[in-house]
Structures are given as C-alpha cells and as structure tokens.
Design a protein around this ligand. Structure first.
Ligand code: HEM
Length: 469
C-alpha cells in the first residue's frame, strides 16, 4: 500500500506559486527539511492549480532517472520550449528517434575521441590566461571569464577553424533563445509563437541567424567531403548509421545546437564557482597548486592528466556539489508510479534537485562547507550513487561528462600554473536561468605567480590571504 505524498503548506490563493517562482531552490530545500524526501507542491490560482512533486533522496533519484526511467519522460513545458527553439536533438528527443540519434553521436564522445579535443581546450585556456595577465588592475569577473572561455572551447570543438565565423552569432543569439525557453517554460499561458509580438519577433530573428550560420558551415563541410577535419560538424556530416544512413542537414544542426546549449553554460558555471571557491579557500588552492606543479612541472596539461591530477578533480566535483549547473531536472510520468513508497499519479510533473540532494544531511556531514575531501576515494565509495548527480544519470545521463571534466581540469591546471587567486566578492547570490547562475559580480584578484609577494618569515601572509576566509 503506497503512502500519500505530504503537501507543502502554502498561501490559500496561489498555493506555492509565488514561492516556487521567486525562490525555487529555497522552496525545494525548505520542503525537504520540513516534509522529507518526497513532497507535493500545489501551485496556481483556484481553478488552474497544478501539482508539482519534488523527490530528493538518492534512492528516489535512482528510481526516477534509472530504474523507472522508461516511465519518467522528458515531456514538460521546458522540454517542449527547447524543442521549438533549437530543434529536437539529443537532449530532448525520445524513443526510437532518441535511440537513433544517440547511436549516431556516441562515437564522438568516446574517451579516445574526447581526449583528442584537449589541445584545442588548452589553446583557449592559454588565451584566457594571457588576457588576465594584461588586466591593468588584476581583477576579473570569474563568471564572465568562464562564460567566454567555455563558449570558445565548445565552439572550437564544434566548428573547428570556423570558430570566428560562428562565435559572435552564438554569443549574441543564444541568450535570447535561452531567456525565451525559460520564460515560456514556466508561464501558465503561452502566446502562440506565430503571433507577431515583439518578443516572438526577437526570438524568430535570433533563431534565424543561428540556423543560418550553422547551415552554412554544415553545407560547406558536406560539399568538402572527408578532408580529415576533426571538428564535430565534420564528423557529424560524415557519420553513417549501421544501415549506411547519414544525418540530414537539419538533424546535424539540431545536434550542434544542443551541444552548444548543453555544453557551454554548464561547464562555465562549474568552472566559475571552482575559481571562486578556490579564491576563498587558500589552503585548498595551495594544495591544488602543489599538485599541478609537482605533476606538470610547467608543461601543458593534457588528456592523461585527468588521472594524474586527482585533487583538481576533487575540487571540481565539490564545486559542482555546492553549485550544480543543472540545479533542477524535470520529468513527467506516463503511468502512475511508486517512488520511495509514495504514490505519484500518472501525468505528474516531478522534479529532482541536485541543489537539495547535494545538501542532504544523510549524505553530507557539513553540507554547506567547501571540502574537496568529500570526494576523496574512500568518502566517495561510502555514499549512495545518486547522492551526487550533477550530470544526471541512468540512460539519459550527460553525454558530455568526460569532455567537460577534461575541459575543466585542463583549464584549472593552466590557470593555477600561472596565478594565485583571492576572492573580492564573497557571498554570491545564485538564481536559476537555463542553468544555475551567479546573480551578482564574482570578482577575483589574479596575481601572476612569478610576481607574487615573497614570504619573508614564517608568519608573513601573501597579499589578500587575510581577507580571503
Ligand atoms: C559541467 C558540465 C555539464 C553538466 C553539469 C551537464 C549536466 C547535464 C545533465 C544534468 C544532463 C541530464 C539532463 C536530464 O536528465 O534532464 C545532461 C544531458 C546532456 N548533456 Fe550535459 N552537462 C555538462 C556538459 C555537457 C557538455 C560539454 C555537452 C556537449 C558538448 C553536454 C551535452 C549533453 C547532452 C547532449 C545531454 C543529453 C543526453 C541524453 O539525453 O542522451 N553536456 N547534461
């Protein structure tokens, strides 16, 4: 006999609507602390009330993403909006269409293939570091810098030598589509896209410009045939299924746009918060620099260093625990389900939240503390698999996980070979856009390591250390 899910108490007029809108992450966190691991919000004005479920335990997450994945589908309003904005690529497609796409695309994300992208990532990391060296006041905004770095890295992997043709168009237009997906995805009523409102026209223009640049590069690559180019557009154009079928130009564009959407802000957020947290924690930063110095000794980081720099990996995982780029994931169940012994009716909107599960007191002793040793091998092995799931899990787990860990590891190694960082902004408010974002400046002081103040005595401190904690 399954149990009824506890209802989160709320305002009698709009239910939990206001709270879910203005402070989604806070609302989920408080609900878990007050009601437990499976909760129900009722939101909206009378007559338009809708139930929203939250599932927060590692076991519940495992059931939804893995063991009951076939029933929990990508069918909510946000996924619909993504399909309509950038096409139905790997992130949103389902069933046979999804299986076909995943078979076609998987070979480009194997470890061997992804390792081949390391040099391009290193090139972009060096370019970012050179820019910082030239900064007159030594101050950078970590979220802006990492947004630009991650955009350049993924655009270079996708478009190769055409990066400069594509990057301005992407930088200008992607945010317009992202805002629209978000706004329309949570709106109770949506104006049809065909109506000529200013917002609809802006979105249509952004979509047109983005499609045009992708289509042009795809057509050029198709016409050129197999030239040995290893950028992902070339690989997608050359790809053949088991029956010899190719992806048509629209399908290639759908995948390219999905990789841009899924692979840019996510990695940027993970890196920005890693820099911020290291800037606030000089002892963790010193340990990271020691590892980087002793392993690399000044040489460039490469793919194999994912294994030789374990502490860099622990820092990244801990930053993604506290600040998961995808802080909420939604599903809708086709049939009634039982999750953690609770009954969830068919057709429910069910949300998982790494933000909440990553702070769950059952899995983390001091959930709010930054402690990369949360990811020491023995600590990791002692936790349930889904206590940490920034990349999702089950059959729809992130295909870019290895790539983003490689990219972020190379970036951190390259930056800390050259700089010491100290935090200027300490408390960073966060909010939900397409991914989780810093809602204020994230300034960090970068001091070139060859110019940093010398320590003259055991008690002396380097500049800024006193203010950093
Ligand atoms: C730190 C970086 C990243 C994070 C935190 C992240 C997170 C995620 C998450 C949580 C999902 C599952 C969404 C769900 O189940 O609803 C996902 C799926 C996906 N991600 Fe990532 N991602 C990252 C980087 C990337 C990169 C670099 C790429 C590609 C270049 C990428 C491409 C995708 C794709 C295509 C999917 C859909 C996979 C499928 O359904 O088969 N991601 N990602």
């Amino acid at each position: 006999m399954s149990r009824q899910v506890p209802l989160v108490a709320a305002n009698s007029v709009l239910g939990s609507l206001q709270e879910l809108r203005s402070d989604t992450l806070g609302a989920y966190l408080r609900a878990q602390r007050t009601y437990g691991d499976v909760v129900r919000f009722s939101a909206g004005p009378p007559g338009m009330r809708a139930d929203v479920y939250g599932v927060f335990s590692a076991e519940g997450v495992q059931q939804i993403l893995a063991s009951q994945a076939a029933n929990f589908r990508k069918e909510n309003a946000v996924y619909t909006e993504i399909r309509e904005s950038i096409g139905n690529g790997l992130l949103t497609s389902q069933d046979e269409e999804y299986r076909f796409q995943r078979r076609m695309v998987q070979p480009f994300f194997t470890q061997r293939r992804v390792n081949g992208y390391a040099a391009a990532v290193h090139l972009e990391a060096i370019a970012a570091a050179e820019k910082w060296s030239a900064s007159p006041d030594g101050l950078i905004d970590a979220s802006k810098e990492m947004a630009e770095f991650a955009l350049r890295a993924v655009t270079r992997i996708l478009f190769g030598s055409d990066i400069d043709t594509a990057i301005d168009v992407v930088r200008r237009n992607f945010p317009v589509l992202g805002d629209s997906v978000l706004r329309r995805g949570v709106a109770p009523l949506r104006i049809p896209r065909t109506w000529p409102t200013p917002a609809n026209r802006r979105v249509a223009a952004a979509q047109r410009e983005l499609y045009e640049v992708c289509d042009r590069i795809i057509a050029e690559r198709s016409a050129a045939g197999d030239t040995g180019e290893q950028d992902m557009v070339s690989l997608l154009v050359q790809a053949r299924g088991e029956d010899g079928a190719a992806l048509d130009a629209d399908a290639v564009r759908d995948q390219v746009l999905v990789f841009l959407l899924a692979g840019h802000e996510t990695t940027a957020t993970a890196l920005a918060f890693s820099l911020h947290l290291l800037a606030r924690h000089p002892e963790a930063q010193a340990r990271l620099r020691e590892e980087v110095d002793s392993v690399l000794g000044g040489r460039a980081a490469e793919a194999a260093d994912l294994d030789t720099l374990p502490y860099v990996g622990q820092v990244l995982k801990e930053a993604m625990r506290l600040y998961p780029s995808v802080a909420i994931m939604g599903r809708r169940n086709a049939e009634a389900a039982e999750v953690e012994g609770f009954h969830i009716p068919a057709g429910s909107d069910v949300y998982l939240s790494p933000w909440v599960t990553h702070r769950h007191p059952d899995y983390w002793a001091r959930p709010e503390d930054f402690d990369p040793d949360h990811f020491a091998p023995e600590a990791e092995a002692a936790r349930p698999r889904y206590a940490w799931f920034p990349f999702g899990g089950g059959p729809r787990a992130c295909i870019g996980q290895h790539f983003s860990m490689l990219e972020a590891t190379i970036a951190l190694a390259t930056f800390f070979q050259r700089f010491e960082l100290t935090a200027v902004d300490h408390d960073i408010p966060v909010g939900l856009a397409m991914t989780m974002q810093a809602m204020g400046p994230m300034r960090v002081r970068v001091t070139p390591r060859d110019k940093r103040p010398q320590r003259h005595s055991a008690g002396a401190r380097t500049e800024g250390q006193g203010a950093a904690e």
